[in-house]
Ligand binder design. Structure first.
Ligand code: PHE
Length: 463
């Protein structure tokens, strides 16, 4: 195991896994998905999904990884089920798809940091110009990929663990500070209400599917990222409690990010929540205007620091995304880590070019595909996002099914008992046995089918 690298202790693992989970998904994607899902009802569903559907999947992924000490594909073969390695392959595909566009958005965040240092608050109203400036976006994308590649080439347990210990808490404090500030602004309460007071008449399959996709994405589930990270975890540690911390941490950050955003959005729109700029630009449009309201000096300090920390949060996620294909290449083909990093990051960067071009620069990629039954076309990045989301749902469904029914619950439970001797017979065990064996595979399987049909084919079987 030493040659594969390992986390130094439980805290190191939790921080790295939480670092994977906490990222653009929480601060960039969550708020605009909430907006697309119509507000508080989406938030409630998201919270429920995270704990009853996603937490069991997370436990399962970590257990498979730690048991086998293998990458997402090798883990399945190592347990003796060769055919099931296709689940790992799907995960690698999802990882490549996600990182290809995630890196582009991470580049935007980094670019905003550079703009904020220069006091360019107008960047918010010029978001469209910024993302279609291919020179800038290309450069920031390259920089971000290089930094990610450098860290992954050094192995997961080095610098990333140490940096996460300082920067993640700083990010949280900063968001909390902005929450407090946002509450003092005019119309803040309209935003809070929108975010927290649900109107369940808004619930439909689109909202349900959206909340579930967001939960999977945000918790880094369904593609073997946590199988891979679990493979570096020591047998002494308690998987169930680690997964609980990671889930609470990630959900907590998404929740406070929303609590920060919606009062700000409402402030900027003069309290009219029906008329806000949603989509991928939500935070990039809203936040600079708010930073400007802090005055030139404080605005620059807070604004640049915020986007720097956001870039860092994205970095701990891009690292975990790249680690999935890299550990696969290293374990399964005996390729040297450095070479695997170089090859995979080039492939992923190239796969991300259409996402860079599809935000206004190229008309073709900006109107890439029109789903059946949809009124307007979808850009390439959004399309890749949807594709990734459904791969994660499918992966998650197959992973829990595999663990409970192919590998068998008793083997899973034996692994979970390592580092948690009281596990067998506990209430937690009963909850996890039921969810992993029946609840998760059935619900995820059904929702996967419904979401695919309604998203891509315009066929809605319910509602
Ligand atoms: N969970 C990460 C985020 O919220 C994104 C991610 C998805 C990372 C899947 C790894 C695997 O930003």
């Amino acid at each position: 195991m030493a040659s594969r690298g390992a986390f130094s202790n439980k805290l190191g693992f939790i921080l790295a896994a939480a670092g994977s989970a906490v990222g653009l998904g929480n601060i960039w994607k969550f708020p605009f998905e909430v907006e697309a899902g119509g507000g508080a009802a989406f938030v409630m569903l998201y919270l429920v999904f995270c704990f009853v559907l996603c937490f069991p999947v997370m436990v399962t992924e970590i257990a498979i990884g730690r048991k086998t000490e293998k990458n997402a594909v090798g883990a399945f073969t190592d347990l003796g089920f060769k055919k099931w390695k296709v689940v790992g392959m799907l995960g690698i595909l999802a990882g490549v798809v996600i990182l290809s566009f995630y890196n582009v958005v991470a580049g935007w965040a980094f670019g905003y940091f550079i703009e904020m240092i220069q006091g360019n608050f107008d960047i918010g109203s010029n978001f469209g110009g910024f993302v279609s400036d291919i020179g800038k976006v290309g450069l920031y994308g390259i920089i971000f990929m290089l930094v990610t590649a450098y860290i992954v080439s050094r192995g997961v347990s080095g610098g990333i663990e140490r940096a996460a210990k300082i920067l993640m808490p700083t990010l949280i404090i900063m968001i909390l500070g902005l929450v407090l500030y946002s509450f003092t602004l005019p119309n803040a309460m309209t935003g809070v209400k929108y975010y927290l007071v649900p109107d369940f008449s808004e619930l439909n399959l689109r909202v349900i599917g959206g909340a579930l996709r967001q939960a999977f994405f945000s918790l880094s589930l369904g593609m073997g990222a946590l199988i891979t990270y679990g493979s570096y975890l020591s047998k002494k540690e308690n998987i169930v409690s680690s997964a609980a911390y990671i889930t609470m941490f990630d959900v907590g950050i998404a929740f406070i990010a929303g609590l920060m955003m919606f009062p700000l959005v409402s402030y900027n729109s003069g309290g009219d929540m029906s008329n806000i700029q949603g989509g991928a630009g939500l935070i990039f449009v809203t936040l600079p205007q708010v930073f400007q309201s802090l005055g030139p000096v404080l605005g620059i300090v807070v604004g640049s620091f915020f986007f720097l920390l956001l870039s860092f949060a994205a970095l701990t996620s891009t690292v975990s995304l790249l680690e999935v294909p890299v550990s696969y290449a290293v374990d399964e083909y005996g390729i040297k880590r450095n070479r695997a990093v170089i090859v995979t990051s080039i492939i992923i960067f190239v796969a991300g070019i259409p996402s860079m071009l599809g935000n206004g620069y190229s008309a073709f990629f900006s109107n890439f595909i029109t789903y059946i039954g949809a009124e307007s076309p979808t850009d390439f990045m959004t399309f890749f996002g949807h594709l990734a989301d459904i791969l994660l749902l499918l992966g998650g469904c197959l992973i829990v099914f595999f663990a409970a029914h192919i590998w068998k619950t008793k083997n899973l439970n034996a692994e979970l008992s390592e580092g948690y001797p009281a596990y067998e017979g506990s209430f937690v065990q009963k909850f996890l046995d039921f969810t992993i064996s029946y609840f998760c595979p059935v619900v995820l399987g059904v929702l996967f089918v419904l979401v695919v049909l309604s998203n891509f084919f315009g066929i809605s079987l319910i509602n």
